[in-house]
Ligand binder design. Sequence first.
Ligand code: ATP
Ligand code: MG
Length: 552
Amino acid sequence: MSAEPRSNFLRTQIQADLEAARVDDLVTRFPPEPNGYLHIGHAKSITVNFGLAEQFGGQCHLRFDDTNPEKESQEFIDSIQEDVRWLGYQWAGEVRYASSYFEQLYQWALYLVGEGLAYVCDLSAEDAREYRGTLTEPGRDSPFRDRSVDENRDLLERMRRGEFADGVRVLRARIDMASSNMNLRDPILYRIRHATHHQTGSEWPIYPTYDFAHGQEDAIEGVTHSICTLEFEDHRPLYDWFIANLPVPHQPRQIEFARLNTSYTITSKRKLKLLVDEQVVAGWDDPRMPTIAGLRRRGYPAAAIRHFCEEVGTSRSDGIVDVAMLESAVRDHLNHHAPRAMCVMQPLRLTLTNLAEPLVLTVPNHPANSAFGSRELMMGNELFIDQADFREEANKQFKRLVLGKRVRLRGGLVIEGDSCEKDADGNVSRVLARCVTSVPGADPEDGVKPKGVIQWVSAEHGLPATIRRYDRLFAVPEPGREDDMLAALNPRSLELVAGAVVEPGLGEAEPEQVFQFEREGYFVADRYDHTSEAPVFNMAIGLRDTWSATNG
Ligand code: ATP
Ligand code: MG
């Protein structure tokens, strides 16, 4: 990871604001709505907001934007906090909730009413749409726009007391129905919703809109830079209007940047929820999900995700980042940080016919970093190798075990294939081979070197394990554009490998520990299901990018 963060327009802007003393200390916030799990796009927003606070010695708040009680839940509140911490960040102070400012927001609504800047409107949703105009035509004033301050105050207070049914009235700002910016055409500030809220219970029968809530929450908290994604650019004049027209304690400022989109990925919470609800995946944290919880369970390290978010940069132009960049950040990180181990996916019995005594081998845990230490592996007469690593006959391209040819067993001896046995169906059930060296790592004395190295596991000591091989969830680069997202699923996104055998030490793997299974890829001990009696490993990523080559 680069030591000095690269410059980008946000850093430049904040630097300038600090230097010109427009702000004393930087305060940012990450403001998720607790209506789903966080995904890779949110990871970008988290690294931007927390990263800026870190870089400039400021602070970053975690604030739940909980103004839509029907779609929100405690499960999401909990998962979001866990994900932010797992990514390596800690918010300043307590967790904050938009809902804890409901009373202040309501007082400010009354204030606007008093200033003649807000009114209660009784238009039906349909009529309101009609009055709103279009991008090319100005809107028309609501017939309720000129209600007196007293009448508006009375109606708003009755809305707050719960006297009216859902949807019959709204509170609107009185701005400009002819504005070329649709957001300024008397936007809605409050809706009536007799809903139970996860934080405030049934205290509130009215809920503020995002627009009326967000900037004021920033102002209450002393947020200096309210960083959001580009779809809010057109809302900025409204954000500024509230800040200018309300007696708020601070003057926050909104700055937008482009969302992070990665190929082969859905980053709409609504669509991710559909995948969960339709049981296409096993849950929000299914290792194929682009959620932070899913990536974590997949074995993607937090540091690799942070690194990726930094690498893709921060700009104001939308685009799609090749998901291979994320995968490669994960692969690079794990190459340096994951100890090596051996797993045989499809065991084939190998008998060493001339090994007099079992050998105790000392095998390094990392080929390039001695700090990883080494482990001892018992090599007896009976081993398992992978079915794919043996052929009775083969051409020179096949650098594994062939009858009459030599191969090296990883960390051990060189062997030569002699014969094989077959079952009733004609499948090879056992290979018999001879050791042609007696010292681990040595070359044969007759000078005939083996062409390749294969992994193995002791038949006596190896542990049966469940391996889940994962691949991309979608088979198309832009699943979000498909009319039927479900038709674009990759049918091979999960392959369960039953009957795999791993080396004995892997029973002691800690949940979430990642290994490179030699010649197979990176695998993580499942966070929930892995036990020493029944090891379960999830494939994080293969050793090479197999998609670019075939789908370039
Ligand atoms: P919705 O508002 O539709 O529920 P959302 O993805 O915007 O979905 P929020 O919980 O509002 O979800 O997002 C929290 C923060 O994360 C916001 O500031 C938002 O701008 C930011 N964010 C969301 N998606 C991305 C993305 N793909 N790239 C960068 N930032 C994102
Ligand atoms: Mg949002």
